[in-house]
Design a protein around this ligand. Structure first.
Ligand code: IVH
Length: 658
């Protein structure tokens, strides 16, 4: 426990106070020593051990938990005038002097943390304000959030704050995503919110997340002043922003707003406004709430910055699905701290709505998104002879005439099998994790394989030789062998994933599963009539038409025949039951297990005839409680009088002895 405390302390020095006392390697070796000790002494398990910061590979579903105090949002204001109104309204309601704390409005995602006797016991997202997702395990991986507190604090309290991704971390992380062929996040806010909802906390641990705390709740708070409570929170180990100001008049508030409106470009993270809070908690209580927002706080939102510049030309980019996106090339101009050269125009309707002409002077705006958008045209700066911007008629990549489906905004290139970015997109989809799961090939390798004519369509993977791969730049002998192994292994990937992998438009993972279980084989899907298709659960007109169109193309038929020749699974494999010991039983599993992974446990239950339920209800027969199970599930199970059994009990039921 001494080692744990030391690690908590160094963690805080490093991540919260930015004043590390020891070298990283020293910290790492202490952490490893603790991990070894914990492995040897499971009896000393501690849910808040510093070793749990690395996260775990076990997947989880989030429990929904009611907030002790509802998580409301703030009323927005957009002008000094509105701030003045807020001030006057408050003065009238309180009828006594008051102070306002101005804070930065961090642009991330809100969390509410509960501490019991100085340890973090629960972290909830906002959810619908009344109930939130229990993201405790993910939040524990965020290094600037203390797992245990120092000093003297109330035995139980909640503290709320914003989880965000600093800009440099976001840029680096997005770059990695793009290199791996994944889609980039539009802004740090989405990246933070998305990360917090990841199923795998080990993945969350790798994301550069940070957190500022800005509001404390509880029965025994240290002070009646919000500003004092924040100060104390910082002493206990929380990261609290130093940028706040106590204001006694509207003009002091305006100074703060004006200062940060320009200074925010120099912060290492995004803020989208300023939050004003009445400092006295007693006064906060008297002011109370409207249905949606507190009367004791309000936000001021910064205006998106705009600048005028000239339109030089419009490019058309063909995406992996064949959708064509117009992109404006602009005369480079400084905007919100960066040089803007390009802006997305989204689609033909947007171009028409802007009435965009060649050479126009356009108004560019940067909101929360990284890619700025064109929000207007200066009509009076236009000379009479400029022509309107016309959407391209043919695909800039392959020359095929573009099509536009009625009711859809996007233009598409219909040449799915031969338009280069589309072919590469299909190849990437084919090998992706949820499809054929062929590891070791990234977007760059696909590009090389395609450019060197080694793989023109998905069948090409199964013709690759070790020599083909080893001959490519930057691919070693070892990686080549691994890829070949991966391709070989993929022939046993189950049929529903093959059906997903071949890339029929609108046939995602779930639809593929439904089709596979309803129709049973590739031949049956290929020969199914429109009527048969729409009768399958979840298959609508659009999907049915897309399937028929796909199989009507002789080229696709040939590809499928060749894949069959290479030995890929073209029909479902019937599950052979190991026993029927769990027949008719619905079983919910929760927490983490010792002998098997969650997926393996699910497999086992099904192979013994049981059904795996996703949430506890009156129909649940057993709840299998692993370690680390959320308290909400346990409570619910107890309330419904459901049999709670251990991992060992379950194995015994199935007749498995370890
Ligand atoms: S106080 C009841 N303080 O803005 C009010 N919120 O629009 C509690 N936010 O949901 C919120 N920075 O996610 C507060 N310094 C700050 C904030 C802040 C960002 C977010 C928060 C809230 C949203 C409201």
């Amino acid at each position: 426990s001494h080692l744990r405390n030391e690690l908590h302390r160094h963690n805080r020095l490093y991540y919260v106070l930015n004043t590390p006392e020891v070298e990283d390697v020293v910290f790492d070796s202490m952490l490893r020593r603790l991990a070894d000790l914990e492995a040897d002494h499971p009896e000393f398990f501690d849910a808040n051990s510093p070793t749990l910061r690395v996260g775990s590979d076990i997947n989880m579903e989030f429990d929904q938990v009611a907030h002790k105090y509802p998580m409301l949002s703030l009323g927005n204001t957009y002008s000094e005038e509105e701030i003045g109104e807020f001030w006057n309204r408050t003065a009238k309601l309180l009828d006594e002097p008051f102070e306002i704390v101005c804070e930065l409005k961090f642009d991330g995602t809100a969390v509410s943390l509960t501490y019991l006797n100085g340890t973090l016991i629960q972290a909830l997202t906002r959810g619908d304000g009344v109930r939130g997702d229990d993201v405790t395990r993910n939040v524990k991986t965020i290094k600037s959030i203390p797992l245990v507190l120092t000093g003297s604090f109330p035995s139980e309290f909640e503290i709320r704050g914003e989880i965000f991704m600093p800009r440099n971390g976001f840029d680096a992380f997005n770059r990695l995503r793009v290199e791996a062929g994944e889609t980039a996040f539009a802004n740090p806010r989405n990246a933070a919110a998305g990360s917090l909802k990841l199923q795998n906390s080990a993945q969350v641990a790798k994301r550069p997340l940070d957190c500022f705390l800005y509001y404390m709740l509880g029965d025994n708070l240290p002070s009646n002043l919000h500003s004092e409570n924040l100060k104390r929170a910082a002493e206990w180990g929380f990261r609290v922003s130093p940028h706040h100001k106590l204001c006694k008049s509207p003009s002091e508030v305006f100074d703060f707003i004006r200062h940060w409106n320009s200074e925010r470009a120099n912060l290492p993270y995004d803020i989208d406004g300023i939050v004003l809070k009445i400092n006295s908690i007693e006064q906060q209580r008297r002011l109370g709430f409207t249905a949606k927002t507190p009367r004791w706080a309000v936000s001021y939102k910064f205006k998106a910055e705009q600048v005028a510049t000239r339109l030089l030309s419009v490019d058309y980019q063909v995406g992996r699905t064949g959708a064509v996106t117009p992109v404006a090339n602009l005369e480079p101009v400084q905007l919100a701290g960066t040089v803007v050269k390009r802006a997305s125009l989204h689609n033909a309707d947007i171009i028409a709505a802007l009435d965009l002409h060649e050479d126009d002077v356009v108004l560019v705006e940067k909101g929360g998104e990284i890619i700025p958008k064109i929000v207007g045209v200066q009509q009076d700066a236009r000379s009479g002879s400029n022509k309107p911007v016309m959407f391209v008629a043919a695909c800039p990549e392959c020359g095929t005439n573009l099509v536009r489906v009625d009711g859809e905004a996007a233009h598409y290139c219909p040449n799915a099998n031969h338009c280069p970015p589309q072919v590469k997109g299909r190849l990437e989809h084919f090998i992706s994790r949820k499809a054929m799961n062929i590891e070791g090939i990234g977007a760059e390798t696909i590009d090389l394989l395609y450019r060197n004519h080694l793989v023109d369509d998905v069948t090409g993977f199964y013709r690759l030789t070790h020599a083909d791969l080893a001959g490519l730049e930057r691919l070693g002998d070892k990686s080549a062998s691994n890829i070949i192994e991966g391709i070989k292994a993929s022939v046993s990937v189950p049929f529903e994933r093959v059906l997903f992998a071949i890339g029929i438009r609108y046939v995602g993972e779930t639809v593929a599963k439904k089709l596979a279980s309803a129709l049973g084989s590739m031949e049956a899907v290929r020969n199914a009539s429109y009527q048969q298709l729409v009768e399958v659960d979840e298959i609508g007109e659009k999907i049915a038409e897309s399937i028929i169109q796909f199989f009507a193309n002789p080229e696709n038929q040939k590809i499928i025949d060749q894949l069959r020749g290479f030995g890929l699974q073209m029909e479902i494999t019937k599950r052979v039951l190991a026993s029927d010991s769990l027949a008719g039983k619905t079983i919910v599993i929760s927490g983490t297990f010792v002998s098997y992974s969650r997926d393996e446990i699910k497999e086992l239950i099904e192979s013994h005839g049981g059904k795996v339920g996703s949430s506890i209800s009156a129909k649940t027969d057993f709840l299998v409680a692993g370690s680390n199970m959320g308290p909400a599930k346990l409570q619910k199970a107890e309330k419904l009088n459901i049999n709670i059994i251990s991992e060992d009990d379950l194995l015994t039921l199935m007749g498995i002895k370890l």
